[in-house]
Design a protein around this ligand. Structure first.
Ligand code: FAD
Length: 469
């Protein structure tokens, strides 16, 4: 049995960040898949490269935890700024989410005018700015010291935001934007669905602010694919890909790990598997039970991948908001990301396009192979048709490759059927999973752990975890 001090299981951005921060230690990172990065990987199919899920990169700026982590490990990612972070198109109406507040506001007012637009968006932006300046962001459980440090963070939150913290997102929208049109509300909700995996009905004002302010930060395109950042992060890390961890068992004060290739004895284990999928790894009943108590969050993704041989110029990111729901999905919008025209890897032979929307794992279960394939084809065709309607200068024949992924595909490649954790609210904060566990030297990192959701949220978790190791 091989001995190791730290075993990181999974090369998602959470696993990759924590492994790179501890790369000088005796550490090994296991990745089941061939590609590194999980939901943020880049893969090759039909001779072309595609981003699996994540396409927008935010947080490479001062005062941001992502920049702090990258600086600490000496990583300078190859980024191209997306001057228009996201172009939203709803009923042919366009709003560009740009960093410049006045430019955004004037564009927004010309499409979704409301007399209180300035105050609404200004407040949202200010809350977001204040949040990223907080010094004591922390969340952990199971010891007096952990609860005390978490309490200090909550006190800092109260000091900064006061009673705003108790406001719900919908309450705030109704208060400041009374009689908001259905179309404008759909514009807000579909953006929240992307950043926070849920709509305003489930969120606090703080979460609403963080979710909607995403494009007020610098948004970047990663040259060479999102997976390139993860690969660069892991350059100095001892990585074993195509090696899946099958079981883990406590062995005295350590953990015995069995993989598809070997056996290891690790002093510390960091799981980058989702909180919902981790119980099946353990042979110990108490650890199994601990993970089983986190109820499954059935929020998944449906993704269409295209290769487009077009001479037109495109922005990096668009969001298309439709009147009706997408079949077999839980959303009426989809997010379209184009590879940068100068990206030699992804734009070789035309644009590489990743289109994603929200679905549920349950929609894809219990089907015969034929039923599954038909349902997948129906959803893919619907999305491609709507894509063509919204980019009416694109000809269908210019699409040279098209295929799709469901929760089943995600499960096959990266062991997860859900995509994203539960939204954080004041009500559920103490029930949230933390980076530490009640079991000594067993830790979690990733988007189903506090604070979750996208690169910035996962980075907060990795930063907190790093202080515990
Ligand atoms: C369609 C889609 C679009 C998105 N778009 C964006 C975006 O534009 N911007 C953004 O910031 N975020 C985006 N996100 C969210 C973001 O990509 C994820 O939150 C983030 O990448 C998750 O990171 P993670 O650390 O939780 O790891 P994951 O991505 O879940 O990776 C976990 C890794 O662990 C491996 N693993 C699991 N079990 C084992 C095992 N037993 N043995 C070995 N390896 C194992 C898996 O194979 C996987 O590689 C998107 C997500 C999706 C699904």
């Amino acid at each position: 049995m091989k001995k190791v001090e730290i075993a990181v299981i999974g090369s998602g951005i959470g696993g990759a960040m924590i492994a790179s921060l501890n790369q000088k230690k005796d550490l090994i990172l296991f990745e089941k898949d061939k590609n590194l990065g999980g939901c943020a990987s880049t893969f090759k199919r039909f001779g072309e490269f595609f981003n699996t899920g994540a396409t927008t990169f935010v947080g490479y700026e001062e005062n941001h935890v992502i920049k702090k982590i990258f600086d600490e490990v000496g990583l300078k990612p190859e980024l191209i700024e997306s001057h228009v972070a996201i172009r939203t198109i709803q009923n042919k109406k366009i709003v560009d989410r740009v960093e410049n507040f006045e430019e955004f506001l004037s564009n927004l007012n010309s499409v979704y005018y409301h007399e209180n637009n300035r105050i609404f968006w200004k407040t949202i932006k200010e809350i977001d700015e204040k949040f990223w300046k907080l010094k004591k962001i922390y969340f952990s459980k199971y010891s007096f010291k952990a609860y005390a440090k978490t309490a200090l963070f909550i006190v800092e939150l109260f000091k900064e935001f006061g009673f705003l913290l108790f406001k719900t997102a919908d309450g705030y929208i109704n208060e400041v934007l009374p009689n908001i049109s259905k179309e404008y509300k759909a514009f807000i909700d579909s953006q929240l669905l992307i950043t926070l995996q849920t709509t305003s009905k489930d969120l606090s004002l703080l979460a609403l602010s963080l979710g909607l302010s995403y494009p007020f930060h610098k948004v970047y395109y990663s040259n060479g694919g999102m997976g390139k950042i993860v690969e660069d992060l892991l350059k100095e890390v001892n990585v074993s890909n195509k090696e899946e961890i099958i079981s883990i068992e406590r062995f005295e004060d350590k953990y015995k790990i069995i993989s598809t290739k070997d056996e290891y004895l690790a002093s510390k284990v960091i799981l980058n598997s989702t909180i919902f999928e981790s119980s099946k790894l353990f042979l110990d009943e108490d650890i199994k039970k601990y993970y089983e108590k986190f109820s499954f969050n059935d929020q998944s993704a449906f993704v269409v991948y295209l290769k487009l041989n077009s001479k037109e110029n495109f922005l990096h990111h668009y969001q298309i908001i439709l009147k009706e729901n997408i079949p077999n999905c839980i959303s009426n919008s989809f997010f379209v990301s184009f590879s940068d025209i100068n990206d030699e890897k992804l734009s070789h032979n035309g644009y590489s396009i990743t289109i994603s929307t929200h679905s549920k794992a349950i929609f894809w279960e219990g089907l015969t192979k034929e039923e599954y394939e038909n349902k997948k084809e129906e959803t893919k065709d619907f999305i491609i048709n709507e894509f063509l309607k919204n980019f009416d200068f694109v000809k269908k024949e210019e699409i040279t490759v098209s295929f799709a992924a469901t929760s089943k595909t995600f499960n096959r490649y990266i062991n997860r059927t859900n995509c994203g954790g539960k939204a954080i609210t004041l009500k559920n904060i103490l029930e949230l999973p933390s980076c530490n566990t009640p079991f000594k030297n067993l830790y979690n990192v990733g988007d189903t752990i506090f604070a979750g959701q996208g690169w910035p949220g996962v980075a907060i978790g990795a930063d907190i975890l790093n202080k515990m190791l």
